[in-house]
Design a binder for this molecule. Structure first.
Ligand code: SAH
Ligand code: SF4
Length: 350
């Protein structure tokens, strides 16, 4: 019989499992701490366990983690990690350092079914939803690559896949990563980014984590053209769900807005974006399009990007441009798992 996977367990589930095997429940907390916090998987080092229990632990659980296939390190410190998820498939996580934080961008699915026209992951169609242990495992494996004293402080679900298309595994992963006996990542330092699966936004609210929404269009016509999900849940429904999230949490929503030349980057678009978002407590993150083969879109000229941002600033929107990092490691939004050789424009914007 297959052993249950350790990294699928919340602390409550691990406690139940350990009790079910006739052991004291508090052993679960101890085991969680050893493995998650101290990164120990050599059971002989678990000195507060009896010799007998040290032998039993690996028989009870499978401690498997997604296998690292490749690590690309950028000159600016950004690290992209490629994981083998079986059947010839892979996903990626990206570590992004900045002055006051170390953020990890996690994948939730292999491919994505939302079919956003500008997104390379969307072209790859959904092949499989990741399991909890594979999401937690990206974090755990990345943390093991860090220098002593370094710690991942923030998590963004902005890698491959639509997190709200795989909500059970995503929210369970957040519970595990948040546990004080585990990795202890504060809920307010976790951001779930969605293309707009409206009925599931309340789960983001309940989980107490931050919400980011990929807007990418200033009216239903344009948005439906670039993001087919808008036909199912149009803008007004999406914005209403965002308002409810803000009311319940007191947080701001982050609206991501990809600048596509001639499609979403005009001055009028900037004005419409301001008008559209002013009824929601928010900040706007503009992301100049990262080009990839056969997308049919192009990145606006630098002066048009700046003009767009300045117009939003003039109107009073809280707007940030995502910093482009990792030019040399081929890790842009919407480009993940593009074969290194094929990527025309190696960039990471986060
Ligand atoms: N599926 C989720 C999270 C992953 S995509 C979502 O759509 O929100 C993360 C962000 O990258 C989204 O805001 C998306 O609009 C953006 N993105 C996708 N492809 C891109 C590209 N080629 N260039 C720039 N941003 C892109
Ligand atoms: Fe999926 Fe997000 Fe890409 Fe859309 S932008 S296809 S939802 S990963």
């Amino acid at each position: 019989m297959e052993k249950p996977k350790f990294f699928n367990h919340t602390l409550a589930e691990l406690t139940t499992a350990i009790k079910g095997l006739g052991k004291e429940g508090f052993r679960a907390q101890q085991l969680y701490r050893w493995v998650h916090q101290l990164g120990v998987q050599d059971f002989d080092k678990m000195t507060n366990f009896s010799k007998e229990f040290r032998k039993e632990v690996p028989e009870m659980f499978d401690f498997c983690l997604p296998e690292i296939l490749k690590v690309h390190k950028s000159v600016d410190g950004t690290t992209k990690i490629l994981f083998n998820v079986g059947a010839g498939k892979s996903v990626e996580a990206v570590l992004i350092p900045s002055t006051d934080r170390l953020t990890i961008c996690l994948s939730s699915e292999v491919g994505c079914n939302m079919a956003c026209k500008f997104c390379y992951t969307g072209k790859q169609k959904l092949q499989r939803k990741l399991e909890t242990w594979e999401i937690v495992g990206q974090f755990v494996q990345a943390a093991r690559l860090l220098e002593p004293g370094q710690r991942i402080s923030n998590i963004v679900f902005m890698g491959m896949g639509e997190p709200l298309d795989n909500p059970d595994a995503v929210f369970k992963s957040i519970e595990i990563l948040h546990s004080e006996w585990g990795l202890n990542v504060s809920r307010k330092r976790v951001t779930v980014s969605t293309s707009g699966i409206v009925p599931l936004i309340p789960r983001v609210t309940e989980a107490g984590v931050r919400l980011a929404v990929s807007l990418n269009g200033v009216n239903d016509k344009i948005r439906s053209e670039v993001m087919p999900i808008n036909k199912r849940w149009p803008l007004e429904q999406l914005l209403q769900a965002c308002r409810e999230h803000c009311e319940a949490t007191g947080d701001k929503v982050t609206f991501e807005y990809v600048l596509l030349k001639g499609v979403t980057d005009s001055l009028q678009d900037a004005r419409d974006l301001h008008d559209l978002t002013r009824t929601v407590p928010c900040k706007i993150n503009i992301i100049p399009f990262n080009e990839h083969p056969e997308s049919g879109f192009t990145r606006p000229a630098e002066q048009d990007i700046v003009r767009f941002q300045n117009e939003l600033i003039r109107l009073g929107s809280h707007v940030l441009r995502r910093k482009t990092m990792g030019r040399d490691i081929y890790a842009a939004c919407g480009q993940l798992t593009t074969a290194v050789k094929k990527s025309p424009e190696p960039q990471l914007t986060l």
